[in-house]
Design a protein around this ligand. Structure first.
Ligand code: UDP
Ligand code: MG
Length: 315
């Protein structure tokens, strides 16, 4: 079953988080103008200034005076890309919503294909970075490792090498907005809500101008946020560790007792102390694990995610 949709009367919202992007603005808007001209959709552009310290905000406001498609949100300080993106998504009115990096690493031209796939019935069309050559070796290795670890631990795998660059149907954005959690790892949330998704590969170019705002510590934090938001495995693993330790302690106890029976006691008290110590360690681990099980469930509850999300294919 494929739903086909028509772009007639459809409104497009671009959401662009910006932190110190003054240098790329002219290039960015020129490229967006070319693409929106081709698409022929009514368009709004929501730019979120994430506490820039350069002229980004002034330039945006100046542009907004003559460009009625442009709406500028200004965060009171630098809250980080995830927060800026959330602010932007919250204020969109379009039927199709596309988050975009300001630095042109997410080529706007891909929107033509995105919209075609949406017309064929896909609710989410995401870009897959088929070539990360523009990233350094260290970033590629750590990114790769992250996707591996994340997808092992999380119940909701995220496709490797995807970013926030994607087209989403309005109903997907509404679903995202029903997730009240404060610690927002958008890539994970995009996967969690589900819907009919498809990826298309693209070559990710280098940043058009300016510098990346992501320092390594911020990326590590994001990776940790991602894993802890989508997995309670690190809390719950201790039950398994504890039970394994108990099994090993049992074997060690038997070995120690047999040794004493056969060879006699060399150091008095050694076997009994060792056995008690090993079992104490194992029991503590199991106790941690049991607490982890409860804490994990409590954590799931506090996130307050909806129990289900409906997809209305008639829309
Ligand atoms: N960004 C933001 N707030 C930040 C850091 C980045 O809004 O604290 C924006 C930035 O302006 C850009 C996008 O997020 O539009 C991606 O950032 P960047 O290009 O620095 O990241 P990279 O491409 O190196 O992952
Ligand atoms: Mg970039």
């Amino acid at each position: 079953m494929t739903t086909s949709r028509s772009r007639i009367g459809t409104k497009l919202s671009l959401v662009i988080p910006m932190h110190n992007e003054a240098e790329v603005l002219d290039m960015l808007f020129a490229r967006i103008d070319d693409v929106t001209g081709l698409l022929g959709l009514e368009t709004e552009i929501v730019c979120v200034d994430d506490g820039s310290t350069d002229a980004t905000l002034e330039l945006l406001e100046e542009r907004a005076r003559t460009d009625i498609r442009l709406r500028v949100l200004s965060l009171a300080r630098n809250f980080g890309k995830e927060a800026a993106l959330t602010a932007g998504l919250d204020s969109t009115h379009g039927d199709l919503i596309v988050p975009l990096d300001a630095d042109l690493q997410d080529p706007p031209e891909l929107l033509i294909e995105f919209v075609q796939l949406w017309e064929q019935g896909y609710d989410v069309v995401y870009g897959i970075r088929s070539d990360r050559a523009s990233d350094g070796v260290a970033k590629r290795v750590t990114a790769n490792g992250f996707y591996r670890v994340f997808n092992k631990l999380s119940d909701f795998p995220i496709p490797a090498d995807t970013g926030d660059f994607r087209l989403m149907d309005r109903q997907v954005v509404e679903a995202l907005r029903r997730l009240p959690e404060r610690n927002r790892f958008n890539k994970g949330l995009f996967a969690w809500v589900g819907f009919k998704q498809i990826g298309i590969p693209y070559i990710r170019p280098a940043r058009a101008a300016g510098n990346s705002s992501w320092a390594s510590p911020a990326l590590w934090r994001l990776a940790l946020d991602g894993i802890t938001s989508f997995s309670t495995a690190p809390l719950r693993i201790w039950t398994v560790v504890g039970l394994s330790a108990a099994a090993l302690a049992g074997l060690a106890a038997i070995a120690l007792i047999v040794r004493v029976l056969i060879l006699g006691r060399d150091v008095p008290g050694y076997a009994s102390l060792m056995v008690v110590t090993l079992f104490c360690f194992a029991f503590q681990m199991v106790a941690f694990g049991v607490m982890g099980e409860y804490l994990g469930r409590l954590y799931q509850e506090t996130k307050g995610r909806p129990i289900y999300i409906l997809r209305n294919s008639q829309l």
